[in-house]
Design a binder for this molecule. Structure first.
Ligand code: FES
Length: 137
């Protein structure tokens, strides 16, 4: 199938308002959706008082979170900037998260410090299962 045939097929599917046309043409999705559920972030022993990045498999695919110990609590934050969705990074030297896209900054709890983001980084509700830090994702 060339590009033109593909576009015609997509347009036909959209025009018909019917995803079945596309599904019948391409078959089942290559990547099955991952059902939501508790996901392991890291072992508790892997966490320190400094935010560290960990991969997280979510229902929508892969994501990255920052996790750290705050006294007796575990904090798990999304790395997705609440402005336009760029990945933020922990900047230890300035003790804050920095978004490279528009210079948004967040404190270690995810609260906006400066820049265009209007809301805090999304915080996951963390739970401990055995020695594993888990979140609902
Ligand atoms: S996407 Fe992060 S500040 Fe704009």
């Amino acid at each position: 199938m060339n590009r033109r045939q593909f576009l015609v097929l997509v347009a036909a599917g959209v025009a018909a308002g019917c995803a079945d046309t596309l599904r019948a043409s391409f078959g089942p999705p290559l990547v099955a959706a991952t059902p939501s559920g508790p996901r392991k972030v890291a072992s508790l022993a892997a966490l320190t008082a400094t935010p560290s990045a960990f991969p997280l498999q979510t229902a929508n695919g892969g994501d990255q979170v920052y996790a750290y110990k705050d006294g007796e609590q575990v904090v798990v934050l999304s790395n997705v900037c609440t402005h336009r969705g760029c990945p933020v990074a922990w900047e230890a030297a300035s003790n804050r998260f920095v978004c490279p896209c528009h210079d948004g900054t967040f404190d270690r709890a995810g609260k906006v410090l400066a820049g265009p983001p209007l809301g805090p980084l999304m915080a996951y509700s963390a739970m401990l299962v055995g020695d594993d830090v888990m979140v609902q994702a």
